[in-house]
Design a protein. Structure first.
Length: 81
């Protein structure tokens, strides 16, 4: 299984400046971003075999990561800087 980074800036480079602005000016976005980053790192560790988890747990974590990304994407798209 290939492990690939899914960090937000890597996936959305065209929104780099908006992501930075939201992280520094919006506490809710910053919390979501931190949760996403922590979850993403944990998923990568599991995929690389550093940590163990059931397939069900890994899929649940990936769904949580996607939900966080979707919520942040709505905030990014609605941002007026």
């Amino acid at each position: 299984m290939l492990s690939e980074s899914h960090d937000l800036v890597h996936e959305l480079p065209e929104h780099k400046d908006t992501i930075h602005a939201l992280k520094t000016n919006n506490n809710h976005f910053a919390r979501l971003f931190d949760q996403f980053d922590t979850l993403n790192k944990e998923i990568l560790r599991i995929e690389k075999g550093v940590e163990a988890a059931s397939d069900e747990r890994l899929e649940t974590m990936k769904k949580e990561r996607l939900a966080l990304k979707d919520e942040m994407m709505k905030m990014i798209e609605g941002f007026e800087g």
